[in-house]
Design a protein around this ligand. Structure first.
Ligand SMILES: *Cc1c(COP(=O)(O)O)cnc(C)c1O
Length: 343
């Protein structure tokens, strides 16, 4: 039986603005943000910074741009950034940190993308050794995308922050899905802001905005980040129409993330019943990653789902990823059940 709508589980980026979000966008007061005259962009930046207890914020075009600007802000050419080997900043940003910032990366083998202060310590280069790049920055990803939506405990983050400060390392949070993490841990945004030099988060993922990410930090850092954004060609004019969607998202779409997590865990329990599933990563937030037994190819499986108007993405040779988001409803879960079990 075909479901009349597309059930798009490829990513939480596929959401379309709701009618109420569109209303907020269309009625936004805007100005030229390069002249610093867009009140809606200012409002979004101010509120994002305040949310995390930081001084200032910057609205940017994408999560990738937020990471690229943050890395450039906190490093100099020849420096080294320490991060998990599956980090988005390495894996999915087209090698940007190498060309934009001229740095190298020290990879840590984390547990589902989660690294520890002990591992950072083991990978720190002694600054007196001129053969080695200078360890300058630690980048944390929370939740971890490649890790299947895994998240950090506060204790771990605090210990990484303490170690980084003691060792003169800057600390960046790629918090594309930080609100998904906080939904589970119950930690406050302010307690997270205290730990990092820069925090980035996406408005265009679980929060449901069409475009945009934020960088938040000190006033001084954001002034510098603005110059980098300009050089990257990312200074926008009447961006308030997009910022209005971001404000709407912060006001309305954080508290509902729990529903996405519940639906993801329902999908996971269906997958546990499927004999063709070889391995399922424990579902911690809104991301479901599983591998198929060798007899079933990913392409064949995705073609099967397509017949039920369900979309998912390959996430490795035998691996598939599904992501829940605000356009996935309980009704769709029935169709997903039929598709998964009828195979
Ligand atoms: C999606 C994502 C980003 C940035 O994505 P854009 O598509 O550039 O907005 C950054 N980090 C992580 C962990 C992500 O999942």
């Amino acid at each position: 039986m075909k479901s009349p709508v597309i059930i798009d589980l490829r990513s939480d980026t596929v959401t379309r603005p709701s009618p109420a979000m569109l209303d907020a966008m269309f009625s936004a007061t805007v100005g030229d943000d390069v002249f610093e005259e867009d009140p809606t962009v200012h409002e979004l930046e101010k509120r994002s910074a305040a949310l995390f207890g930081m001084e200032a914020g910057l609205f940017v075009a994408s999560g990738t741009m937020a990471n690229q600007i943050s890395v450039k802000l906190l490093t100099r050419p020849q420096d080294e950034v320490i991060c998990d080997k599956s980090s988005h900043i390495y894996y999915y940003e087209a090698g940007g940190v190498f060309s934009n910032s001229g740095i190298s990366i020290r990879f840590i083998e984390g547990k589902r993308g989660i690294i520890s202060s002990e591992q950072i310590e083991e990978n720190l280069n002694p600054p007196e050794n001129i053969h080695l790049p200078l360890s300058r920055l630690v980048a944390i990803e929370n939740t971890s995308n490649k890790g299947g939506g895994s998240y950090y405990t506060y204790k771990n983050l605090e210990s990484i922050s303490r170690f980084s400060r003691k060792s003169g390392l800057s600390l960046h949070l790629d918090g594309a899905r930080i609100f998904n993490a906080l939904t589970e841990t119950g930690d406050t945004t302010k307690s997270i802001g205290k730990l990092f030099d820069t925090v980035s988060f996406c408005l265009s993922k679980g929060l449901g905005a069409p475009v945009g990410s934020m960088i938040i930090s000190t006033k001084e850092n954001i002034l510098h980040a603005k110059r980098i954004r300009k050089a990257f060609g990312g200074a926008m004019r009447q961006a308030g129409y997009l910022a209005a969607a971001g404000i709407y998202a912060l006001d309305n779409n954080i508290s509902r993330l729990k529903q996405d997590h519940l639906r993801a865990s329902k999908i996971a329990s269906l997958l546990k019943k499927c004999t063709y599933v070889a391995d399922l990563m424990p579902v911690e937030t809104n991301i479901i990653v599983f591998s198929l037994k060798p007899r079933l190819k990913v392409d064949t499986f995705l073609q099967h789902l397509k017949k039920f108007n369900i979309k998912a993405v390959p996430f490795g040779k035998q691996t598939v990823r599904m992501v829940t988001h605000l356009d996935i409803t309980d009704n769709m879960l029935n169709d997903i059940e039929t598709a998964l079990l009828k195979f």
